[in-house]
Design a protein around this ligand. Structure first.
Ligand SMILES: [Zn+2]
Length: 209
């Protein structure tokens, strides 16, 4: 083989190895890869698009960010459809969430756990987002929505080995935005939520034996 041929072969080998490493990083080894969601979660993925489902890999899951939808009385489906409508780009708005907990405790999943959602600003890259519907402008979750949000958050903490005392945060804790409003205005209600998540984690651990 000529020196030039050897150099080309070497370059080709490096390219192939680099490509294989990139492919592996892009398709496997993500923390959310192959994770089966609980049976109460309904898959309702957004259409891939730049505004609400960019397809960016979620390479770390280090927290859960809780939000309120901010639009009293709207359903999980209506909020999911709003995120999907952003795909047109006419609003110029980037927004989405991994999960939406509805007024009846239903849960829609809008973005896979292997992809980034646009919900939590500087923490989009390493957190899972949960939006919660609420009946009125105060933003307090209904009992059934609250219970479901606790159940889902506890499952996320167990699955991704997160501590609810430090890793479950409000949108407020990222940007100072008053979201989820009631749990910003009532810090004791927020601490109770975190405690309820911790208790639910123990209950789920025991149920799983
Ligand atoms: Zn928010």
């Amino acid at each position: 083989m000529s020196p030039r041929g050897a150099a080309l072969l070497l370059a080709g080998t490096f390219l192939a190895a680099g490509g294989a490493i990139w492919l592996r990083a892009a398709t496997a080894g993500l923390p959310g890869e192959g994770v089966a969601v609980p049976e109460y979660v309904e898959e309702a993925f957004l259409t891939p698009n730049a505004w609400s489902r960019p397809g960016t890999p979620l390479e770390d899951i280090e927290g859960v960010v809780i939000h309120y939808v901010g639009n009293p009385g709207t359903s999980a489906q209506a909020n999911r459809n709003y995120f999907d409508s952003l795909a047109a780009g006419t609003d110029g708005v980037y927004a989405s969430s991994h999960f939406i907990v509805g007024l009846e405790g239903e849960v829609l999943q809008c973005v896979p756990l292997t992809e980034v959602a646009y919900a939590s600003n500087g923490r989009n890259g390493d957190t899972v987002s949960v939006e919660v519907c609420h009946p009125d402008a105060q933003g307090q979750f209904s009992d059934v929505s609250y219970a479901r949000c606790v159940e889902l958050t506890a499952w996320l903490c167990r699955t991704f080995r997160l501590d609810p005392a430090t890793d479950v945060i409000r949108h407020y804790d990222v940007t100072g935005k008053e979201c989820p409003l009631y749990y910003v205005e009532h810090p004791e209600a927020w601490e109770a939520f975190r405690a309820d998540v911790a208790a639910e984690m123990e209950a789920q651990d025991q149920a799983d034996g």
